[in-house]
Design a protein around this ligand. Structure first.
Ligand code: FAD
Length: 548
């Protein structure tokens, strides 16, 4: 299984404290500006600079930076201080909540918990500072794939939104003129969001294993190469797309020498692919993005293999052709403004929606398609499954039907799998977790092995026990990653899934609140004699009884 490059350890850097917003390093803001000077697509290490990136935007002025800071400070003052931590401490517990993952989900959830008054929340990430999340590493597209107008991690606080950040730095019309959000601008915005919300992440800290201890969770961590354990009441797995089973690597690729192939979640050696023949297995967005970067780095030929008969893509930008408006979405598929209700759909509807999604051809953004197709040395092979793939020295050979191919490198753009048994941190407990295969029996003809392996989650993203008794600790592990896709009807971790975070926050707060209820203290409070304050302030107005 190909993994993203592990972070480098540095003993000198333990915990990265965000600076107060008033002290934010101005270079942080200007990194956005530098990116914008090349059209919003800043230099990511493995990306070449394609022609599409040459639109020059005005550099960001110091005034704009100051305006953003002033505006943000005002907004933070207007929403008021964070409530005091109301969670009753529990003996032997280090953290009320540990959030695993400091990407966009982890940052947003941490902010949401703070605004709910949940204290002693720890965010950990195995990555080094600046390397958490995907936006400066394995995301290779120029623009986010999702629409620019979606709600983001700001959780309703408009002054902390991407639009507020972007427009204040780049001018009031700048957001309107965007097609979608530039990828590196999104990465810069998330950095700013983290700094502005004062969210501390303990970097270079990997969760190795969750060990239940009664209803508590003992977490085995590796921090800068050293092992330690901490105890938490709640764990949120905000560990990304690969966090519930890892990348999906077909067996025939996994069996090849590891230097001859890379999954798209890995560090593809693009620079060494100049002049080489590259094969791409898969035809989703990541396949096209990886193909484009290989071509931009001078690959001699890139061959993309799709099992399907066509490539799906949304309508290209520009005026819509004269035709009838699209039909209203079926309520059973979920309305765009009501996505958070998808969890409430009956199992049979959630299951069928998943099966439909599994059957459909994944849609590729039009610009990602164009970016690769404009190269004459890019070939798409439809209805083509590679077979007989084998290593021959430093090359690979393979076949589609009777046609033979030779490659210097193969890129597996084959997505992710859901397989809790493959997650090291769940090694001790995965067998106790209820899966869809345990809880739902599909009708004949609707079986789906991939769906059956998804965890069957509770309404607060919590794992549920497989059996009718025991393993109650599972309810304290909240799965906010791709494993939640079937239960919540949406790829969890995506920007659209932010709408489901209030459920998670409410569930965590509810559990901690209810657990902290002290019935004896409540009785003492209710039984305490009521004492009236001094009547001095109103004495003179008190009517005296008239004497007859
Ligand atoms: C190539 C690609 C493009 C995408 N494009 C879009 C898009 O355009 N729009 C959209 O809405 N969604 C998109 N997504 C989906 C989703 O938005 C992103 O994956 C997003 O990064 C999810 O954020 P996250 O915080 O949930 O996870 P991530 O950003 O993946 O962050 C997870 C973090 O967890 C850390 N971690 C993992 N395991 C451990 C561990 N054991 N211990 C400690 N830390 C750990 C990782 O280091 C990482 O920093 C895309 C996904 C991919 C893969």
């Amino acid at each position: 299984m190909s993994e993203p490059t592990p972070p480098k350890a540095s003993p000198s850097e333990d915990r990265e404290r965000p600076v107060a917003p008033s002290q934010i390093d101005r270079r942080g803001f200007f990194r956005g500006a530098a990116a914008l000077t090349v059209g919003g697509f800043g230099a990511a290490t493995e990306l070449a600079a394609p022609e599409a990136q040459t639109t020059v935007a005005a550099p960001i002025s110091a005034d704009a930076v100051q305006r953003l800071e002033t505006q943000t400070q005002s907004a933070l003052r207007w929403i008021g201080r964070d409530p005091a931590d109301w969670v009753r401490p529990r003996a032997g517990v280090d953290h009320n909540v540990v959030i695993v993952g400091g990407g966009q989900s982890g940052l947003s959830i941490a902010y949401g918990l703070r605004r709910k008054g949940v204290g002693r929340v720890e965010v950990i990430d195995r990555a080094a500072p600046g390397e958490a999340g995907i936006w400066r590493s394995i995301a290779r597209m120029h623009q986010l794939r999702t629409p620019k107008t979606l709600a983001g991690p700001e959780l309703g606080n408009a002054a902390l939104s991407f639009r507020a950040w972007y427009e204040t730095l780049n001018g009031t019309t700048s957001f309107d003129t965007l097609d979608r959000i530039p990828r590196t601008a999104w990465a810069d915005y998330l950095d700013w969001f983290q700094q502005t919300t004062g969210t501390t992440v303990r970097y270079r800290t990997r969760l190795l294993e969750i060990e239940p201890q009664g209803d508590l969770l003992r977490l085995h961590l590796e921090q800068d190469g050293a092992r330690r354990t901490v105890t938490a009441r709640k764990v949120v797995l905000a560990n990304g797309y690969a966090g519930a089973g890892g990348p999906n690597v077909p067996e025939f690729i996994r069996a090849l020498p590891s230097n001859l192939w890379t999954h798209t979640t890995g560090n593809i050696p693009f620079e060494s692919l100049a002049g080489k023949i590259v094969g791409v297995v898969g035809a989703g967005s990541s396949a096209f993005d990886a193909a484009a970067v290989a071509l931009e780095n001078g690959a001699a030929e890139v061959h993309l293999f799709s099992r399907r008969a066509y490539i799906d893509y949304p309508a290209p930008p520009g005026p819509a052709p004269a035709q009838a408006p699209p039909p209203a979405p079926a309520p059973e598929r979920g309305y765009p403004n009501l996505l958070e209700q998808s969890y409430e759909l009956p199992d049979v509807v959630r299951w069928r929606n998943f099966v439909l999604g599994d059957r459909r051809v994944a849609s590729v953004p039009f610009d990602s398609l164009q970016r690769a197709v404009e190269f004459d040395n890019f070939k798409i092979h439809l209805n083509s499954s590679l077979s007989d793939v084998a290593a021959a020295g430093n090359q690979l050979t393979g076949k589609v039907g009777s046609k033979s191919f030779r490659f210097d490198h193969l890129i597996a753009a084959t997505g992710y799998r859901i397989d809790l048994a493959a997650q090291p941190e769940l090694a001790r407990i995965h067998e106790a977790i209820a899966l869809w295969g345990d809880r739902y029996k599909p009708e004949a003809g609707e079986e789906n092995g991939a769906g059956a392996s998804h965890p069957y989650l509770g309404a607060g993203f919590e794992f549920l026990p497989r059996g009718s008794a025991g393993a109650e600790y599972l309810r304290n592990i909240h799965c906010f990653n791709l494993g939640a896709a079937l239960s919540f009807g949406i790829p969890v971790g995506d920007v659209p899934s932010v709408v489901d975070q209030p459920r998670l926050l409410t569930a965590i707060a509810r559990d901690l609140y209810v657990e902290g209820i002290d019935t004896a203290a409540n009785k003492r409070f209710v039984d305490a004699p009521l004492s009236a304050p001094s009547s001095a302030p109103y004495d003179k107005a008190v009517a005296t009884r008239e004497v007859a």
